[in-house]
Write a protein that binds this ligand. Sequence first.
Ligand SMILES: CC/C=C\C/C=C\C/C=C\CCCC(=O)SCCNC(=O)CCNC(=O)[C@H](O)C(C)(C)COP(=O)(O)OP(=O)(O)OC[C@H]1O[C@@H](n2cnc3c(N)ncnc32)[C@H](O)[C@@H]1OP(=O)(O)O
Ligand SMILES: Cc1cc2nc3c(=O)[nH]c(=O)nc-3n(C[C@H](O)[C@H](O)[C@H](O)COP(=O)(O)OP(=O)(O)OC[C@H]3O[C@@H](n4cnc5c(N)ncnc54)[C@H](O)[C@@H]3O)c2cc1C
Length: 652
Amino acid sequence: MDAVNKVINEDLQKERDKCKFNVAELTAFLDGGDKFTQKRREKENRVFSIQGLRDAVPDEYMSHKERYENAVRKAVIMHQTLGTLEDKTLTEYETARLALRATTSSAIFKENSPLMLHYSMFANVIEGQGDEKQREYWLKKINNMEIIGTYAQTELGHGTFIRGLETTAEYDPKTEEFVLNSPKLTAYKWWPGGLAHTANHCVVMAHTYSQGKSCGIQPFMVQIRDLETNMPMKGVKLGEIGAKLGFNTVNNGFLGFENHRIPRDRMLMKNSQILKDGTFISSPNSKLTYGTMVYIRVSILGTMANTLGRAVTIATRYAAVRRQSQPKPNEPEPQILDYVTQQHKLFIGIASSHAYYISCFWLWTLYHRVTKELAVGNMDNLAELHALACCLKATTSADAAVLVERCRLACGGHGYMLSSNLPQIYANVTAANTYEGENTVMLLQTARALVKAGMQVAQGQKVSPSMAYLADQSKMAKWDSSVDGIVKGFQKVAAGKVAACLASLQRHTNNGQSAEDAWNLTSVQLVAASEAHARVILLSVFKSEMDVQTLTLSGETRTVLFQLVQLYTIYWALEKVGDLLLPTTTTTYSVSICDTAMRCDGWMDETSLFEKSTIQTSARTGIAGLVLSGLVYDSAVYPELVHQSLTSWPLQ
Ligand SMILES: CC/C=C\C/C=C\C/C=C\CCCC(=O)SCCNC(=O)CCNC(=O)[C@H](O)C(C)(C)COP(=O)(O)OP(=O)(O)OC[C@H]1O[C@@H](n2cnc3c(N)ncnc32)[C@H](O)[C@@H]1OP(=O)(O)O
Ligand SMILES: Cc1cc2nc3c(=O)[nH]c(=O)nc-3n(C[C@H](O)[C@H](O)[C@H](O)COP(=O)(O)OP(=O)(O)OC[C@H]3O[C@@H](n4cnc5c(N)ncnc54)[C@H](O)[C@@H]3O)c2cc1C
C-alpha cells in the first residue's frame, strides 16, 4: 500500500510543485480576504474532524430507510457542530459570501440533508414574507431548531405555473381562521424537501379566498406534525414521494389538507394582508411573494461553482495520477493530464467554476441592493434582478451538469464508480436544471425582459444596465482575439437574436396569430436569445470583475486568473462559432480571430482558433497547478475524500 500511496502522491506533488502563483493569495482572493479563509477553514476543519460523519458502510449499500436515518444522524451532528452558522461580526453580504465558499465542506453533508430546505428556503421565506412580529416570533424558533421546516409550493399538478396552484386557503371571519384544503389529488403538495418525515412546519403557498373573492397565491406558516409525537396534525396527510435520481436523503414528500384550520396570523403578511373582517390588502407587487425563489436562484450560481469545482478537483487530480498508453516508444506511460484532449475536457471546468463564483458574488451584490430598495418600496430594479437570476441560474446549472458529466467521463471506468463521488455530484447538479424554476421556463422569463428591452431600444428609450448593449448599433469593427473583442461579438450575437425574435413575433402577429401563439411559435428563438444574453453577462462580468478585483494580486496570480478568463472566453467562442460568424439581422461584421481575417459568411478555420485556445504548456502547468495546489478547493478540505476515492479505486 505504501508503494501505491507513494506513486500517487509523487505525481500529485510534482504537479503542485510546478505551481507558479501564490496559493494562499488566490485562496484568500476567492474567499474574500484572509479573515474569511480563516473562518472557512475553521468551519471546515470542525466538520471534517468529526468521526461521526463517516458512514459505517457506503450509503449505497444501505436501504432507503437506513440512508434516511443515517442522514438524520449526520444532520444532527452537523447542526451541533456548526450551530446556527450565524456570525454576528459579519455583514449580510459577507455572511452570504462565506456561506457560498463554506458550503464546499458543509455542502457535502448539508445538500443531501433532510434539513436542506430548513436551511435554504424555510428561514429565508419567513425573513422575506413575514411581517415584523412574525419574523421576531418564528426566526428564533427556526434558528435554534425548535421547529423544522420546509417550503411547500409545488404540487403534483403544478410546479412551474404558480398561479395554477390548487391548494386553497379560505378565510373564515367568524373564527378568524383559514381553512386549508387539497380539493383534488393534483392539489397535493409534491416534492418539498424534508416534508415526508422530517419537517413539523412548512410554508404553504395556497390559492387564497376571502369574502368570496380570490386573493391570489399567498404564503402560510402551517404546523403539520405534533412536536411531541411527530405524527401528522388533524386534517394533514403526509408521505414520501419515493426514490429519485439523487438527493435520496433529502426526504422529499407529499402533503394533503382536509379542512385543516389555522389562525389568521399564520398568513405571512409582510406584502399582503387579510384583516380580521376578511378585507384583503394586496401587495404593491404580487411578485414579491416569489422573492425566496429569486434568492435561491442567485445562490444556485454559487452552488454550481462549488459543485463543479468539487468534480473538476477530483477529475484533475485523477488526471495527474492516472498514467495510460505509450505514445512514445520506450518512454513511461504519460500522465493523462498531458493529453491535450484531457486538458480540453477539464480546464473549462476549472475556468467555469471560477466564472460562476465571480458572477455569483456580483449578482449577490445586486440582490442585496435590490432587497434594500424593496424594503423602502422602490421596485425599480426588481425586474432586472429577476431577469438576471433566471437566465444565469438556467445557464450555469445547464453548463455545470454537462461539465460534471464530462469530469466523470474523463476518469474512464473509475469515474463510473460511486466511490469516485462523481455520479452522486452529477445526480445533484443536474437537479438544478429543474428545481427553483425549470430552465426553459427561466430562460423564457428573461426573454420577456429582452423583448421588452428590444422594443424600448427601437423607441430610443433607456434600458436596464445589463441590457444596455442592445442599444449599441456600432458596426462591428475587425476583431482581435482579445477577450473584450469576443465579448463584443457575443453582445452583437445576443442583440441580433433579440432583433430576430422581435421580427418573428411581428411576422406571426401580422399573419393573424394571437400574441400568445406568436410567442409560442418564437419560443425556441427566445430561449436562444436568453442564453446568448446570459453568455454576455457571464463573459463580461468574469472579465470586468477580474480587471478590478485582481489589481492588488501578485503578477503570477493575476496571470493564472486571466488565463482562466481567456480560456473561458475562447472556449465559448469555439462553442458558439456558428453564431459569431453568421451575419446578424442588425449588423454584419468581419471576424478576425487569431489574426486570420475571416469574412462573416465565410467558413471558419477552426484549427487556428483551436490552437489559440489550446492550453500551452506553461498555461497547462499554471491552470493544472491551480487545482492540484488545492486552490480550486482548499486541499486541506478534501484530503480524505479524494485520497479515499483515489486509493479505494482499483489500483493501477
Ligand atoms: C446542490 C444543491 C445544494 C443546495 C441547493 C440550494 C438550495 C436548493 C433548495 C431548494 C430545492 C428546490 C426548491 C424549489 O424548487 S421551490 C419551487 C420553485 N418553483 C419555481 O421556481 C416555479 C417557477 N415558476 C415561476 O416562477 C412562475 O410561475 C413564472 C414562471 C415566473 C410565471 O409566473 P406568472 O405569474 O405566470 O408570471 P408571468 O405572467 O410569466 O410574468 C408576470 C410578470 O411577473 C414578473 N415576474 C415573474 N416572477 C417574478 C419574480 N420572481 N420576481 C419578479 N418579477 C417576476 C415577470 O417578469 C413578468 O413581468 P412582465 O413585466 O414581463 O409582465
Ligand atoms: C430535486 C428537487 C427538489 C425539489 N424541491 C422542491 C421543494 O423543496 N419545494 C417545492 O415547492 N418544489 C420543489 N421541487 C419542485 C420543482 O420546483 C419543480 O419540479 C419545478 O418547478 C418544475 O415544475 P414541474 O416539475 O411541474 O415541471 P413542469 O413545469 O411540468 O415542466 C415540464 C416541462 O414543461 C415545460 N414547460 C412548463 N411550462 C412551460 C412554459 N410556460 N413554456 C414552455 N415550456 C414549459 C418545461 O420546460 C419542461 O420541459 C423540487 C424538484 C426537484 C427536482
